[in-house]
Design a protein around this ligand. Structure first.
Ligand code: IDP
Ligand code: MG
Length: 145
């Protein structure tokens, strides 16, 4: 399997619940290394730009205001099969449909406040990482064979 990078965002409800450490711990236990981490309070244009693919969707406005409602933790995770592994750890978009033991099943309250974002493909991961991180802000981590 290939070493990949993916973007994870711990949404404002994660900090509010005091769940940031627990969630990062799940990534580390699954072999996903946080090679770039930043706490940031997103501006309207940053949140809108990040979710631009959803701008025609009925929930877009609510999604943007939720993402600005408090600080988020932006993270670049690196590891084997990182894109899919992160999506599996997250669980389904709607926490009511998320498998038991996933982050969203354990922490998320609703489809709006669903605790985490994760890139859904390798190509989107590259673009999303570049949206928030300069390459010099990412640690060149070498995984042991
Ligand atoms: P994902 O976060 O699991 O990749 P997407 O379909 O990419 O899900 O949607 C982006 C975000 O928009 C979701 O995480 C969720 O917060 C919000 N969202 C998606 N679908 C709905 C909906 O039907 N109602 C309200 N919010 C939604
Ligand atoms: Mg998505």
């Amino acid at each position: 399997m290939a070493i990949e990078r993916t973007l994870s965002i711990l949404k404002p409800d994660a900090l509010e619940k005091g769940a940031i450490g627990k969630i990062i711990s799940r990534f580390e236990q699954a072999g996903l290394i946080p090679i770039g981490v930043r706490l940031q309070h997103l501006s309207k244009s940053e949140a809108e730009g990040f979710y631009a693919v959803h701008k025609e969707r009925p929930f877009f406005k609510d999604l943007v205001s939720f993402m600005m409602s408090g600080p988020v933790v932006l993270m670049c995770l690196q590891g084997e099969n990182a894109v899919l592994k992160n999506r599996e750890l997250m669980g389904a978009t709607d926490p009511k449909k998320a498998d038991p033991g996933t982050i969203r099943a354990d922490f998320a309250k609703s489809i709006d406040a669903n605790t985490v974002h994760g890139s859904d493909s390798l190509e989107n991961a590259k673009n999303e990482i570049a949206y928030f991180f300069r390459s010099t802000e990412l640690f060149e981590y070498s995984h042991k064979k």
